[in-house]
Design a protein around this ligand. Structure first.
Ligand code: NDP
Length: 238
């Protein structure tokens, strides 16, 4: 049984991770930003604990990680999943758009991981799984800030794997393709069909399929895997 902290657990891929870890018998605390009703309903359903904390706020993150540690006793697994998306021409991006995107994905992962890594180093063990995106590998038109942030997560994953390896902490990432969540709810039928056409497995993925890969990288079976990026994209980014 592992003690697990997941960011962005109130819905989508994060919620699927909460369900998957709880189904394995693990103890889960998850963070969310605004959706208190969704978060509390999920927490009650699966026996997890939900904490409100915006990952772009370093003080809120420190307090939430301490609260998670007090509740769980330790943190064995961290899943950095919280994220946002925005489709906009590069030349139309405002400074705020850019900062919000990099702030959520990169500053957020940095604040949470730094706070958790201190505990993992003290306990000489742990698993960190970052949720990137295939766009961090291939780049996406009209999502330059998103692609940049996700490419940054690749760098964080590889560098941190080297630094934390001697403390028996693995750091890996999954890179989902097009997954059926609220993040893609605004896509029109034509765009969805085009994305499915571009996916060798000819469909969108499910949050549960991403969660299964996250659980694998957090498991004992993945004990000798670190610094790796696993595509969960139906072959899109081959
Ligand atoms: P959703 O939009 O469905 O859910 C996003 C989650 O992140 C919510 O729980 C939300 O909380 C939380 N969140 C957002 N911003 C913050 C913040 N500042 N602080 C704390 N929590 C925050 O997204 P998905 O499930 O689709 O995406 C999850 C991850 O997977 C993201 O990192 C995304 O980039 C990545 N991804 C998604 C793909 C897809 O096709 N869906 C493809 C590739 C990668 P709240 O509910 O309170 O707003």
């Amino acid at each position: 049984m592992a003690n697990v902290l997941i960011t962005g657990g109130s819905r989508g891929i994060g919620a699927a991770c909460v369900r998957a870890f709880c189904a394995r018998g693990d103890r889960v605390v998850f963070l969310y930003r605004t959706r208190t009703e969704d978060a509390q309903a999920l927490a009650t359903e699966v026996g997890a604990k939900a904490l409100q904390a915006d990952v772009t706020d370093p003080l809120a993150v420190e307090a939430a990680v301490e609260a998670a540690c007090r509740h769980l006793g330790s943190i064995d697994v961290l899943v950095n999943n919280a994220g946002i998306s925005q489709i906009k021409l590069f030349t139309d991006l405002s400074n705020e758009d850019w900062s919000r995107m990099l702030g959520t994905h990169l500053d957020g992962a940095f604040y949470v991981t730094r706070a958790v890594a201190r505990h993992m180093i003290a306990q000489q063990g742990g698993r960190i799984v970052n949720v990137g995106s295939m766009w961090g590998k291939t780049g996406a038109s009209c999502e330059v800030h998103y692609s940049t942030a996700k490419a940054g997560l690749r760098g964080l994953t590889m560098a941190l794997a080297k630094e934390l390896g001697p403390s028996h902490i693995t750091v890996n990432a999954v890179e989902p393709g097009v997954i059926e969540t609220e993040m893609n709810a605004s896509l029109d039928a034509e765009t969805r069909a085009a994305l499915c056409d571009a996916t060798p497995l000819c469909r969108m993925g499910t949050p549960a399929e991403v969660a299964a890969a996250v659980c694998f990288l957090a498991s004992e079976d993945a004990a000798f895997i670190t610094g790796q990026v696993l595509g969960v994209d139906g072959g899109f980014a081959i």
